[in-house]
Write a protein that binds this ligand. Sequence first.
Ligand code: NAD
Length: 327
Amino acid sequence: MEQQQAEKRLNELRKLVEELGYHYYVLDQPKVSDAEYDALMNELIQLEDQYPEWFSEDSPTVRVGGEPLPFFEKVEHRSPMLSLGNAFSADDLRDFDRRVKQLVEGDVSYSCELKIDGLAVSLVYENGRFVRGATRGDGTVGEDITANLKTIPAIPLRLNEQVNIEVRGEAYMPKGSFIALNVLKEQAGEEKFANPRNAAAGSLRQLDPKLAAKRNLSIFVYAIGHLEGKEVSSHHEGISYLRELGFRTNQESEHCSNIEEVIAFTEKWVEKRGELPYEIDGIVIKVDRLDHQKEMGFTAKSPRWAIAYKFPAEEVVTILKDIELSI
Ligand code: NAD
């Protein structure tokens, strides 16, 4: 591509990805499928890699999520809630493994988890009591949705220990609840939700907790954001501790000793994802040792020690090459 043409396409893509992100993250009303969005984002990443001189810190490639909605109190996260780099094939995963091994020494093993398709939330507990829950928002500042989160039965209001802890998890709507909700919406002549992810996000990002309570939401907690008074040395040990405290964690996770085992885990779930009572859009792979995670650190947008393997799209999608901005 000629330089002038490349610059034009880069600016077009930035605008387009930004606009699609606004519909998805802020309005909870996606305009295109995830696979179409990912294809556009990847084209943009490749162009930016090719022309580093056009770097912009406003580009959607370096920003996480979307602005918090103005009618919620804002919550500043103690540490950023980031995005994840993507892998689309076994070779991408082997590249990830190579990068990891260039950065750390010693045995590397991986925690593999289902990537639940819902809304990332942070839950803060003081002396074991749930005091605040927030959305990821733009990664730095989220929305205070404590009242809505308190209506989710799987979120403990008191833990089994009087601990100060912040945890992160994915709030989601089970497939069955989503289908039932859309039947009701249709009967009431209301607009249906596009998918369980948007239904969950829409239920939690509105002001009436009574409405959230009717939506039959659940949660899987998948990380410790902050913890006082206890040391854990690996991700999988942290997850066991979360379970002891009373959190709902996902039982399908596996601790893999090498990347080929990780690949086998992703292949298994490509086949089996349809059997789950909730939607997943991939597998999250995390370097298990926390000292390794610390050593590897973060880019502006995502941890270097984790990656999301995205499933191949289930339906055939048209890759949007010349998509109009008027979508
Ligand atoms: P991401 O794909 O970068 O992944 C990070 C998120 O994964 C976390 O915030 C968390 O919510 C979730 N997650 C689920 N299970 C997890 C686990 N076990 N461990 C850690 N995290 C877990 O998320 P993102 O940055 O919000 O969004 C990027 C994706 O969203 C895109 O790849 C695209 O598929 C979709 N998207 C779609 C559109 C659209 O228009 N269709 C627009 C924007 C984004």
